[in-house]
Design a binder for this molecule. Structure first.
Ligand code: ASP
Ligand code: MG
Length: 412
């Protein structure tokens, strides 16, 4: 059995025409001898609309009920896609996450998959059926419906590919693949043929929103090759695979931009052991994720700045103000007028000078850097929001990522 997992995102099933188009493609694979297991997202913006609907009833919906609500979106697309396949003469059957044994923990709205027992899927495949599974959902051990966090259909697809030992996992979306940067920002952005899980993960967490970050993590952990491609064309997309030696020949794989973060600054924090611990414990206890952190040490007082996602900004301000006495800062401010520009590439490990080249390029173009953070394969700079897109273009050019330029390879 040539098993293949194919995931269709919301834009790929946004209306009846697109659902029929997806059915055509799935049917082609079936005719070629594949046994497709198809994962679908909710139609278009359904999930956002359901969230809005809940918001009109209550400001504080129960998270259990939210999952009951949100999981209905995916159930609609599975049934419609099954019907579209029936129309084309194929035997297809749709399932919820619970029906195909996707068991999660009980963290409603962001549950983790604990186990997948796919015997029902295997049984139906053996009967020659095309199996369609509702993405983004599972069930806890008490049979309560859970969802896997926004974009969670990707995770369903990867988890099924693992459980079914499928050779690969296709992610159909409305772009041709992963690009060196957002083509709307840099016109000469190039589609990448391959990149590593780690690079994709860094790009995803720094603003490139093609796949759910968690799903890439899981794909990487189990070494499942992921093919991100367009549902509107037949072209090869981008393969996300295990890192190999050749990938290191290129300095930088891509440049990303994130405009969804805000910067908070605490001024005049007493300069003594344990203060950073207090600040970030307060944030952690409020469930607020912090991204970049910088601290400037003065003699008796220090300034601490950090970034959080914009949606957490008010909560972070309030939490810190509530702990003002304990922390002892003299002032607090926020700045949402920022953008984070990141360059990512496993080649950074073996090439010196990437940071210098990045800062020089920004400096030459009079773009001020407000914060810097690095990982082994990523360098991020916070700049003024108005400079964000320009910075992306400058760096895309600096690292010769564009179409017409020779890739800067084997730099000794
Ligand atoms: N429909 C869900 C969302 O919009 C899951 C998904 O699309 O993957 O987040
Ligand atoms: Mg969606």
């Amino acid at each position: 059995m040539k098993l293949i997992v194919q995931k269709f995102g919301g834009s790929s099933v946004a209306n009846p025409e697109r659902i029929k188009r997806a059915a055509r493609r799935i049917g082609r694979y079936k005719k070629e001898g594949y046994s497709p297991v198809v994962v679908v997202s909710a139609l278009g913006d359904t999930t956002d609309e359901l969230l809005k609907l809940a918001g009109r009833i209550t400001k504080k919906p129960s998270r259990r009920e939210l999952d009951m609500l949100l999981s209905t979106g995916e159930q609609i697309s599975t049934a419609l896609l099954a019907m579209a396949l029936h129309e084309r003469g194929f035997d297809a059957i749709s399932f919820t996450g619970a029906q195909v044994g996707i068991v999660t923990d009980s963290a409603y709205t962001r549950a983790r998959i604990l186990n997948v027992s796919p015997h029902r899927i295997l049984e139906e495949l053996k009967n020659g059926k095309i199996v369609i599974v509702a993405g983004f959902q599972g069930v806890n051990v008490r049979q309560e419906i859970t969802t896997l966090g926004r974009g969670g259909s990707d995770l369903t697809a990867v988890a099924l590919a693992k459980a079914l030992q499928a050779g690969s996992c296709e992610i159909y979306t409305d772009v041709e693949g992963i690009f060196t940067t957002d083509p709307r920002i840099a016109k000469d952005a190039r589609k990448l043929k391959r990149l590593s899980y780690e690079e994709m993960l860094e790009l995803a967490s720094s603003g490139a929103q093609v796949m759910q970050a968690r799903s890439i993590e899981v794909a990487g952990k189990f070494g499942i090759p992921v093919h991100v491609r367009s549902s509107f064309s037949n072209g090869e997309g981008t393969w996300i695979v295990k890192e190999d030696k050749r990938m290191e020949e290129v300095w930088i794989r891509g440049v990303s931009l994130n405009k969804d973060e805000a910067k908070l600054t605490l001024g005049g924090v007493p300069n003594r052991p344990g203060m950073a611990a207090v600040i970030f414990r307060v944030l952690a206890d409020h469930g607020i994720n912090v991204d970049m952190i910088i601290q400037n040490i003065g003699r008796t007082r220090t300034d601490v700045s950090f970034t959080v996602s914009k949606s957490d900004c008010d909560a972070a301000m309030n939490a810190l103000k509530g702990a003002a006495r304990r922390i002892g800062f003299t002032h607090i401010s926020q700045d949402a007028d920022i953008a984070k520009v990141s360059v990512v590439g496993v080649g950074m490990r073996s090439h010196a000078g990437v940071a210098a080249a990045m800062f020089e390029a920004l400096g030459k173009n009079r773009i001020n850097i407000e914060m810097i953070s690095t990982s082994e394969i990523k360098i991020s700079c916070v700049v003024k929001k108005k400079d964000g897109e320009k910075a992306v273009r400058i760096l895309h050019e600096e690292f010769q990522l564009g179409k017409k330029q020779p890739v800067r390879e084997r730099v000794k």
